[in-house]
Design a protein around this ligand. Structure first.
Ligand code: PMP
Length: 388
């Protein structure tokens, strides 16, 4: 790695580079198919795009209220009732610049220096950076392939006197795991027993496939009063560039997050907030079609990777699939991903960089399949060349 940046605070030196940046640059330079970064190659529903254009025309162009526009906060509450039967007071919803800002504000608002956060690894890289930015410490619990389950004893042992928070992401990036009812009950019980806060990142909540179910952790007994739930429009509506996210939870928790959030962006995306209000109210067909289309893509890429010689780890949700490269004769996922564009014109991301114990994911790479079928088909054909 390069020399430290002399201007950057010590706690951020390890977080200067993102593997997504490196791999996307590689994709641009080589013209490879980018199955690295998780963004769709088609835009969200036309009526939602048009709603944003109309909102601009109608003058929604100045600072919206710092907590978000009232109609969107109501729409988030309605969405929670509709999909999870959870009653959320719109007063306790805050709209943020993507889920990312809710996460950052939560870390900065809720963690004192030296507080510990229990987090499942591999983790989304923003978690490690955000926890470090707050001067807090992560305590990883390893999700182990092939099913990415965790050892409940390891989870319990991760909690100590300085633990303040459990950070959960389900459905889970990068593994595609959907935490099941038993696992969620274990996490909830631990949080209750030790009086911990829980931050739950549910941005992939609508990408869950047959045989799996997304349970919003705040709906479990004893959890609503200690859980901050975070989601966003980016994944569900294929609008990752709009960066409209939200969080909700008990009043004190949300007010604390808002106290920081107002000094980060204050507010953002007025016309997009108007449009996402409409998006959240789309009919059941939209949500059904989204899952059906992604489930088909999951089959396409998983079958293709298996045929190419990868060991594919089954997923229950998200638009990612992980695969082990050892069956292809490689041992290091990072080296493999760096050479993959030259080998066959495809980009993936190594997951070892998302662990504190990289050996658990040393040979595992992640493919994003939120791409048009013909792009996936082409990628699969290119990957097939690896087998020879
Ligand atoms: N959480 C997870 C687990 C993610 O994968 C992502 C995006 N890759 C985000 C949060 C960020 O969401 P947003 O774009 O809404 O900030």
């Amino acid at each position: 790695m390069d020399a430290p940046n002399p201007h950057l605070v010590a706690r951020m030196q390890d977080h200067r580079f993102s593997v997504f940046g490196e791999m996307s640059t590689l994709a641009r330079r080589t013209g490879a198919i980018n199955l690295g970064q998780g963004f769709p190659d088609t835009d969200g529903p036309l009526e939602v795009l048009e709603a944003a254009i109309t909102a601009i025309g109608e003058g929604h162009n100045q600072y919206p209220p710092d907590r978000g526009i009232a109609s969107l906060r109501q729409a988030v509450a309605d969405h929670q009732q509709r999909f999870y039967g959870q009653k959320v007071d719109p007063e306790n919803v805050v709209i943020s610049t993507g889920a990312s800002e809710s996460l950052a504000a939560a870390f900065l608002a809720l963690l004192e220096q030296g507080d510990e956060v229990v987090v499942f690894e591999p983790y989304f890289d923003l978690y490690a950076a955000g926890i470090a930015l707050a001067g807090a410490v992560r305590r990883p619990v390893t999700l182990r392939a092939p099913d990415y389950s965790f050892d409940p004893a390891e989870l319990a042992a991760a909690v100590g006197p300085r633990t303040k928070m459990i950070l959960l992401n389900t459905p889970h990036n990068p593994t595609g795991k959907v935490f099941d009812a038993q696992e969620l009950a274990q996490i909830a019980q631990l949080a209750i027993d030790h009086d911990l806060l829980v931050v739950t990142d549910e941005v992939y909540e609508h990408m869950v496939y047959a045989g799996h179910q997304h349970v919003s952790l705040a709906t479990l007994p004893g959890m609503a009063e200690r859980t901050l739930t975070i989601s966003s429009c980016g994944k569900t509506f294929s609008l990752t560039g709009w960066k409209v996210g939200w969080c909700h939870g008990p009043k004190d928790l949300v007010d604390a997050v808002h106290a920081v959030k107002q000094h980060l962006s204050f507010t953002s995306g007025a016309p997009f907030q108007v449009a996402i209000t409409e998006a959240l109210a789309l009919g059941d067909d939209f949500y059904h079609d989204l899952t059906a289309s992604l489930e088909n893509k999951r089959r396409l890429i998983s079958d293709g990777l298996s045929a190419a010689g990868f060991t594919v780890y089954p997923t229950g949700g998200t638009y990612y699939v992980t695969a082990d490269v050892r069956s292809l004769g490689y041992s290091d996922g990072l080296a493999f991903c760096r050479s993959l564009p030259d080998l066959c014109g495809v980009v993936a991301v190594p997951t070892q960089v998302f662990y504190d114990h990289p050996e658990a994911g040393q040979s595992i790479v992640r493919f994003a399949y939120c791409k048009r079928d013909e792009v996936l088909q082409e990628a699969v054909e290119r990957l097939a060349g690896l087998a020879h």
